[in-house]
Design a protein around this ligand. Structure first.
Ligand code: ASP
Length: 345
């Protein structure tokens, strides 16, 4: 009998320690996405086009939501949501990416784990179907953070990523946008605009932005961020934007927030946008919305740039500021109710 009590006691003790070691799954989780900021005006939109964007944003949210609901990680959710948008030709990432000056599609992407501060990114690739998944592979299967060009493509092939012919990324709309941008360029040349002014001249921004991104808080209390882009139409000389630069266009830290940016990348790099917001929260006790408003609505335009971002803090607060005419965006919480928006409120 004494033996029976001993064994039962031992079993109960083991069960309670196991429970203490397994963190209880929270019921709360959040996913926020964007499909790019720019001069997105209702008057330039057809009802069909508007519906197509709304449907695509809804679908990306649903994919991420299902992942989080069944206990998937924030990393899984942001990767899945971004992958969907990369495959969707409406957005400037993966299929549907903008063209460089040389008529190529050169893609950048980054992903970051807020729990460990692990990060992976790739830049200037032309044959990787889903750059965000390769960025994740860099984070999880290499000793590096950032791989570029041919090296990144070699790594992708060795790590079972889907490789496509560069023609896969072609879309007529983006090709036309490149021709428009080139015409605009040559007009500027003939008007002999000094270089420092040329950068500030209004350009056809609608075609230029369109990066996709996602941030998530999962049921384990962890944050993650992911961003993927074709960059900016007519970019030259192997230009890399903010999206794959950890701390500029992409950042996640469980202590503060997860952020994915979209807009004129050069300015986001110069402001070290995402990490600055995280630092304002960590070292200056700023609230998420105050920090993002300061950076996106004040510092960014003050420098001459524009764009927006999505941000999510460790307590599940979200904000989606932009200083452009519009930003494709959406979010969903554990109740499954999705919100998608395009224009200014
Ligand atoms: N931020 C991106 C870049 O500069 C462009 C975008 O948001 O569409 O590469």
């Amino acid at each position: 009998m004494r033996f029976f009590y001993l064994i039962t006691g031992l079993l109960l003790w083991q069960m309670s320690t196991a429970q203490q070691n397994t963190p209880a799954l929270s019921d709360e989780f959040v996913l926020v996405i964007h499909g790019g900021a720019g001069t997105i005006l209702k008057k330039n939109m057809t009802p069909e086009k508007e519906k197509a964007y709304n449907d695509a944003l809804e679908m990306a949210l649903k994919i991420g939501y299902d992942t989080l609901k069944k206990g998937g990680t924030a990393l899984d959710a942001v990767e899945m949501a971004v992958r969907y948008m990369e495959d969707c030709p409406l957005f400037n990432a993966g299929k549907g990416a903008v063209f460089t000056n040389e008529g190529k599609n050169e893609l950048d992407a980054a992903i970051m784990n807020g729990k460990t501060l692990a990060a992976g990114s790739i830049a200037g690739v032309t044959t990787i179907k889903n750059p965000i998944s390769t960025a994740r592979a860099v984070m999880e299967k290499s000793n590096h953070v950032m791989l570029i060009g041919k090296g990144a493509e070699k790594f992708a092939a060795e790590n079972h990523q889907t490789i496509v012919d560069p023609s896969y990324f072609f879309t007529e709309q983006r090709w036309e946008a490149l021709q428009d941008a080139k015409r605009e360029d040559s007009l500027k040349q003939t008007q002999k605009t000094p270089d420092h002014l040329a950068l500030k001249q209004p350009e056809n921004r609608d075609y230029k932005y369109g990066t996709v991104g996602a941030v998530a808080l999962d049921r384990y209390g962890n944050l993650a961020a992911a961003t993927s882009t074709g960059g900016m139409t007519n970019k030259k000389f192997g230009r890399v934007g903010d999206a794959p630069i950890i701390g500029a266009g992409t950042y996640a830290n469980n202590k503060t927030c997860a952020i994915s940016c979209t807009g004129w990348g050069e300015y986001f790099i110069r402001l070290t946008m995402a990490k600055t917001i995280s630092d304002m929260m960590e070292f200056g006790n700023w609230k998420l919305t105050d920090a993002t408003n300061e950076m996106v609505m004040k510092r960014l335009p003050a420098l001459g740039g524009d764009g927006g971002l999505i941000a999510l803090d460790k307590d599940g607060n979200i904000t989606l500021p932009f200083c452009t005419e519009g930003m494709y965006r959406g979010f969903v919480r554990q109740d499954g109710k999705t919100t998608v928006k395009i224009y200014k409120e």
